[in-house]
Structure formats: C-alpha cells, structure tokens
Design a protein around this ligand. Structure first.
Ligand code: TXA
Ligand code: MG
Length: 330
C-alpha cells in the first residue's frame, strides 16, 4: 500500500525547519511536535501529498483534516471569520484551539483535505517547532495526529517512530509535548458547538463568548461533518490493544493500573502501575495520558483499570479520550 520510505529523524532547530519545508514542498510527509500532540504534516494544497498522508496513517476514510497556519492573518486567507470566531482566535491563538469555519473564496487547501466540505478546520499551533516549520514552508499544512489510525496519539518522537517508520519521510524531534491531548474543536458559530473537547478547556471558551457551548447530539468527533464514520470505528479511535476498564474502584488479577491522584488503588504490580498525576492535577494528567496508555499497553496485562478522573477543566477531554479507549476492539 505505502511504499517503503526511509524515515529520517532529526532534532528540532533552524536547519530542521528548513529540511521539513523542503520535504513538504516536494509532496513528502513530515511529523513534527505541536503543543497538543505530534502531527503528521503534508502540504494542504497538494492533493497527492494529502492522499499519501491518508495512506501512511492507514485511515479507514478520508476524514477532513485540520489546516495549520502560523498566524491569524494567514488563517483569514483560507477561512471566513465572523465576530465570534475572531474573538476566539484573538484570545487563544496560537494555542490548542481549532475553529471550523466556512472556506474563504480562493482557499488554496485541496478538496481532499476538507473531504469536500464547504467548511475548513483551522488552527495556529503555539509550539515553536511547529511555528518555525509553518513559517519556513509558507503554505498551510494539514496535520492529523502522527499515529497509525486507531492508535493512541503520539506525545513523543519515539511514539511516532514506532508507528510510522518506513511510511513517512521525516520526523522532527522536539521532545515531549506539553498539553498531551488534541486541540479543542469549535464550530457552528451562529450556535457555537463543541465538536471535540480538547486541550483548551470549555470554560475558557465560554467565558470569552459569554455563552454556553453545545455538544452535538451524537458525541463523535465527526458528527458535524458530511462523512461520519461507522460509530464503532470512530468511537475506538484512541484505543490501545489491551482492554480498558473505566472508573475502576478495585483491581482484578492481572490488570495494570492507570491511577489518578494521591490515593492509587492497592494491589497492582509496580511495573504495571502509572499515575496520571500524583497530585490530582488535570493539566499534568492530560500531558501523561497517551504516553501512559501506550506504556501500559506493552506490559502484557489482561486489562488496564483506570481510576475515575473528574470532568472539569481538561478532565472533559481526558474522559472523552478514555471512553474511546475503552470501546472494545474488533
Ligand atoms: O491537536 C490537534 O488538533 C492535532 C495536532 C496535530 O494539531 N491534530 C488532530 O487532527 O487532532 P485529527 O485529524 O486527528 O483531528 C481532526 C478533527 C477530526 O475529528 C475531524 O473530523 C475534524 O477535525 N474536522 C476537520 N475538518 C472538519 C470540518 N470541516 N467540520 C467538522 N470537523 C472537522
Ligand atoms: Mg487523531
């Protein structure tokens, strides 16, 4: 399916941004850090590059992708902002927020990247390495999380390498990411919708808008798109291979433990226990979530028992990802 590529891994730095821009310009695929998760980038204006990106991820369908640009002025060339979306962009960009907006006239992003929709998802990432690459390249870059489809999103370059070696051209290593869950996605600005909870807490957005965000009735990432995936497929988007048991109040034999807070459940092997945050800090928990799931997935446990995480702040995004991780695999 995907040709066998040589995947280079280079440390972040000025030369890396130039190297990444060269690979993107020839239609290649570059994984790079954003503050949320590592993204797998392709030239958003090049349909062949975008097609290669879907193939490299092994995506089951052509999901619409997020176009990344380095500032609001550039974003305004690809999407039409109204007063509300502009207020959010000014308050939170660069940062872990994606806005779904009508495409601007003459938007150069290819139809494959937006799955033929009249809207486009846009984000200005804050990570300096992402910023350097976007500036060096000078065109929008589509970037889904840099994992194989169905796997947990990568928060380190090593995660990217283990999923995508031989399938992409370049990995730029900028160390572990800081946020750890994907961006919050907001759309439908006459009646603002929280399409995906993520790294920017809902309350921060509601405060700027002065109204409550509604979640689409169907709690799936693509509920508002014209190409919904089969619910089961989408629901298990973030799943590790090991079964996940939520809201664990005790441990069963052979289970690994994903703990939260200062009082982890007793009885798990030391080698099979990780705590999202000893102090119960949701920001720290988000940053640890995908890495800890990946690690516990390698311990040979019969299941991963997950302690309850409160639903406020980043907890909404953490619990959304945990619920998806708990959907049985086929
Ligand atoms: O933090 C992030 O957002 C990361 C980093 C790399 O930037 N990217 C990411 O991309 O999570 P991805 O492809 O895994 O998620 C994109 C989400 C999907 O749920 C997709 O359905 C939604 O954005 N999306 C894209 N375009 C859309 C549109 N026009 N309308 C509604 N949803 C859209
Ligand atoms: Mg993803």
């Amino acid at each position: 399916m995907t040709p066998d590529l040589t995947t280079d891994l280079i440390p972040a730095g000025r030369d890396a941004a130039q190297a990444a821009a060269r690979v993107l310009a020839r239609g290649g695929l570059v994984a790079f850090p954003t503050e949320t998760v590592y993204g797998l980038g392709a030239d958003a204006t090049d349909a062949r590059a975008v097609a290669r990106l879907y193939a490299a991820k092994g995506r089951p369908a052509f999901n619409p992708l997020i176009a990344h640009v380095n500032d609001l002025d550039t974003a305004r060339r690809i999407a039409r902002f109204d007063a509300r979306s502009l207020r959010l962009a000014e308050a939170f960009w660069p940062g872990p927020l994606t806005l779904v907006l009508p495409k601007a006239a003459g938007c150069p992003v290819c139809d494959l990247a937006t799955a033929g929709l009249a809207t486009i998802a846009v984000r200005v990432p804050a990570h300096p390495v992402a910023q350097d690459i976007l500036r060096a390249f000078g065109r929008p870059v589509v970037a889904p999380s840099a994992n194989l489809s169905g796997h947990v999103s990568p928060t380190t370059a090593a995660h990217v390498r283990s999923d995508l070696t031989g399938r992409i051209d370049l990995i730029v290593d900028g160390g572990p990411v800081t946020v750890g869950v994907e961006s919050t996605i907001v759309g439908g600005f006459d009646k603002p919708l929280l399409l995906r909870p993520g790294g920017l807490p809902r309350a921060a957005i509601e405060q700027v808008l002065g109204i409550r965000l509604v979640r689409p009735a169907e709690q799936t990432e693509t509920a508002a798109t014209a190409h919904p995936l089969a619910p089961g497929m989408l629901a298990s988007h973030y799943a590790p291979h090991t079964p996940v048991r939520l809201d664990a109040r005790d441990l069963k034999a052979g289970e690994a433990l994903l703990a939260f807070g200062p009082h982890p459940l007793a009885g798990a092997d030391a080698g099979r226990t990780l705590n999202l945050s000893d102090s119960g800090d949701l920001v720290e928990a988000a940053a640890n979530l995908f890495g800890h799931l990946r690690h516990l997935d390698t311990t040979g446990a019969r299941a991963i028992a997950v302690m309850a995480v409160p639903d406020d702040g980043l907890g909404e995004a953490i619990n959304d990802r945990l619920r998806r991780a708990a959907v049985p695999q086929h």
